[in-house]
Ligand binder design. Structure first.
Ligand code: FUC
Length: 749
């Protein structure tokens, strides 16, 4: 392999160029139907269904679903720590508690002509690039608009209602909890609070600020009369802290929300909005994707009609690109410090008994939520997951140590383990999913692999990886021939508990590989590193079965016509890296046989199945099959608001889609940066900026007629790396902050 030292230039120049091309046009944009390919979801009628039509906003901790109703707007809100349940590790699912709905804000409009609900020129839209919801309509000749955003810098939700005629705003504001609280109205403020049965205290507070007119408390509501404009600031919090030592109780939420409202009300609406847009668009605008231009008549359609046309077989590359960006938008909205990680529904939840408790499911779902985090340039969105894991180590250790099957000669195993679900206070639900501990370790490793943040590796990731290696060192079983298996294992597919299940073996293989690399990077624990490397080599390896498939079990008994939704035994292809086209071509071929056999009907049609299969086909370098998965998600498991549906709605499918698309365009798991590894013919012409590759690199690409035209590789932390396009491979050398530009032959441009 040749090493190419390339003309390098500073990164700033490039990112500034991207900002001009992408960010500024977004900031200056106004409501417009289908004029540009800015990612905007818009509709020509109010939402009726929370799940299918309302639109999400979130700042990573606090979020809401907005309906865009004319007469009685509903803003249903959530805060991600409002959970029932406790630290019960028994696995009794009901005892784990559930994520709760927080409350609703209703803003009603006085309508003397109540009998006529008619309105005109209606449009509601969610602009992904600046994170702003806006609804506009004309009622009785007056044009009204409402703007909503969830601000991360100010930790509140902001709502503004304005009209094109002064004094035109009259109505009522209500704030309601979901646990039978009493709402208190004081002049311009509404608030409610309470404590859940587990002792968690919570509080919501709304401040109403009017220009012109009169506002006054009336019962438990606030009346608006003849106002020119009304701004509402909504704060919600609990006393939750990610700290079992404090029994998860921290600061008084009433004081917290008071402080947040006081700080925000000292700013004007324009200031709050500018702070929000600057924060949101800087993060969102890191990545731009173009996979083709949609036809003008398709672009002109509202999003629900576009989806319907697409599901009938229509082409709409801009919709495909929009869903990619939507996954990024939703991750930003549901996973930012100081919040918790994204749960099964991100953080959007209308019910106090949501499906699967809206919990953290560790047999695919929560992991899939985080697949896009690094590659789609949202590394900081990964951090809440690590914060929660780190906080739960103590209760998870206790749970594993108390479990008989993890005891060897009566002595407890080292480390910790998980059942299939967990909450945020040490509680576990369902069966043990033994290798989920190692799957969590993959995420810790990946954050380092992409960022090269050595401090993170040393202080956060490495100790956890080592502890889980110790768990497996204690728990693996030796076969008579000396090979090692995960004993009494289990895969999310059907099948009894047994030894050497492929899914379990592959996850442990990856854990050991990543641990070895981590120890090498840090130059520590030499001896232990060698013993783990030795154990990895003794693990029962993936096997090819009688119909050419990658075996799911140690015995060759896979069903060729199995439509099971899980593809667990392909973990080693994606998200793992034990199997790859370049390094283990025979196993990769067998994986493709297994994957094709899963089919596309029945149980295969789930929110998260398509994205996983998309990423798998991408890793197997089959762009056409990967694209089939893209189309299938839209066709079978997508709601009009572009929420992925299991059913019911489950956001893993949205996050996974973003990761799958990224994987089609860029890969970096096999020791090289692979450009356009699985480009489908449907995306003949296009470009992407701002994707991330392992090793500390950023990648932009332009392609035409299915061929790479230009790639820019930026070092964010990396130095040397082989780059592949097709069969060509060149090694680049850069210093952090430098970039290089390559042509189709990977020669400097
Ligand atoms: C896993 C999956 C289900 C569902 C649930 C929330 O157990 O097998 O399909 O997604 O999580």
């Amino acid at each position: 392999m040749k090493s190419t030292v390339l003309k390098a230039f500073p990164t700033e120049r490039l990112s500034a160029g991207i900002l001009v091309a992408f960010g500024l046009s977004v900031l200056g944009a106004t409501v417009s139907a289908g004029e540009s390919n800015d990612p905007v979801l818009w509709y020509s009628q109010p939402a009726e269904s929370w799940e299918k039509q309302a639109q999400p906003l979130g700042n990573g901790r606090l979020g809401c679903m907005v309906f865009g109703e004319v007469q009685r707007e509903r803003i249903q809100f959530n805060e991600d720590s409002l959970w029932t349940g406790d630290d019960n590790p028994s696995g009794v699912y009901e005892q784990m508690g559930a994520y709760q709905a927080f409350g609703d804000l209703f803003v009603s409009m006085d309508m003397p002509d109540d009998s006529s609900p008619a309105f005109e020129d209606y449009r509601r839209e969610l602009r992904l690039a600046d994170g702003i919801f806006r609804v506009e309509f004309r009622k009785n000749g007056i044009r009204h608009n409402r703007t909503v955003f969830a601000s991360w810098p100010d930790q509140i939700i902001v709502i503004r209602w304005a009209a094109d005629k002064s004094g035109a705003i009259s109505g009522k504001v209500e704030l309601k909890g979901t646990h039978k609280e009493t709402t208190v109205a004081e002049t311009t403020t509404l608030s409610f609070g309470g404590a859940l049965p587990n002792g968690m205290k919570y509080q919501a507070r709304l401040e109403v600020i009017a220009k012109g007119g009169v506002i006054a408390a009336e019962g438990s509501t606030i009346r608006l009369k003849g106002c020119d404009e009304v701004v509402m600031l909504l704060a919600a919090a609990t006393d939750y802290v990610m700290d079992p030592a404090r029994k998860y109780h921290g600061d008084d939420p009433a004081a917290k929300v008071r402080g947040q409202i006081a700080a925000a009300s000292a700013k004007t609406f324009d200031e709050l909005k500018a702070r929000h847009v600057a924060d949101h668009s800087a993060m969102f605008g890191r990545v731009a994707l173009d996979v083709g231009v949609s036809a003008a008549e398709v672009r002109a359609l509202p999003t629900d009609q576009r989806l319907a046309a697409y599901a009938k077989g229509g082409a709409d590359p801009e919709l495909e690109a929009m869903l990619f960006q939507y996954g990024r938008y939703l991750l930003m909205g549901s996973s930012r410090r100081p919040g918790l990680p994204a749960n099964l529904q991100g953080l959007w939840n209308e019910s106090n008994t949501p499906p699967w408790s809206s919990d953290y499911h560790v047999n695919i779902n929560v992991q899939m939520n985080y697949w896009p985090a690094e590659v789609a340039n949202l590394g900081e969105c990964h951090l809440p997951l690590f914060d929660l894991i780190t906080s739960q180590l103590e209760p998870w250790r206790k749970a594993a140590q108390a479990e008989k099957q993890f005891q060897i000669d009566g002595k407890p195993v080292r480390g910790w383990a998980l059942r299939t679900s967990h909450n945020i206070t040490g509680g576990l639900g369902w069966e043990w999913d033994k290798t989920a501990n190692a799957w969590y370790c993959l995420h810790l490793w990946e954050h380092y692999a992409f960022t090269r943040d050595k401090e993170f590796l040393k202080t956060v990731a490495y100790p956890i990886l080592k502890e889980i290696c110790q768990f497996w060192e204690d728990h693996l079983k030796s076969l008579p021939d000396g090979r090692l298996v995960v004993p009494n294992g289990w895969s999310p597919e059907h099948g009894p508990h047994e030894d050497g299940v492929s899914y379990n073996q592959q996850i442990v293989f990856d854990l050991f590989s990543n641990y070895v690399e981590a120890a090498d990077v840090l130059g520590i624990d030499r001896e232990y590193r060698d013993s783990i490397a030795g154990m990895r080599d003794k693990l029962v390896a993936p096997q090819i079965g009688k119909w050419g498939q990658l075996q799911e079990w140690m015995t060759d008994r896979d069903e060729p016509k199995d439509e099971h939704r899980h593809t667990s035994h392909l973990y080693g292809v994606y998200p793992g890296r034990q199997i790859s086209v370049t390094r283990t071509p025979d196993l990769a071929k067998a994986a493709a046989v297994s994957l094709a056999a899963r089919g596309t009907a029945g149980d295969s049609r789930r929110s998260w199945t398509w994205p996983w299969r998309c990423a798998l086909w991408a890793r197997l370098q089959n762009g056409e099959k990967a694209y089939e998965m893209v189309r299938s998600l839209f066709t079978y498991n997508m709601l009009p608001n572009l929420y992925a549906s299991h059913p019911p709605f489950q956001l893993d499918g949205n996050f996974g889609y973003t990761a799958g698309v990224a994987e089609m365009l860029l890969q970096s798991h096999a020791g090289e940066i692979h450009l356009l590894p699985a480009l489908p013919s449907a995306w003949k012409n296009g470009s992407v900026t701002g994707l991330c590759a392992r090793g500390g690199f950023g990648v932009d690409m332009d392609w035409k007629d299915g061929r790479l035209v230009k790639a820019v590789i930026r070092s964010t932390a990396g130095t040397k790396c082989p780059v592949r396009y097709g069969n060509a491979v060149e090694t680049i050398s850069l210093q952090p902050g430098q970039s290089c530009m390559l042509n189709e032959q990977l020669k400097p441009l």
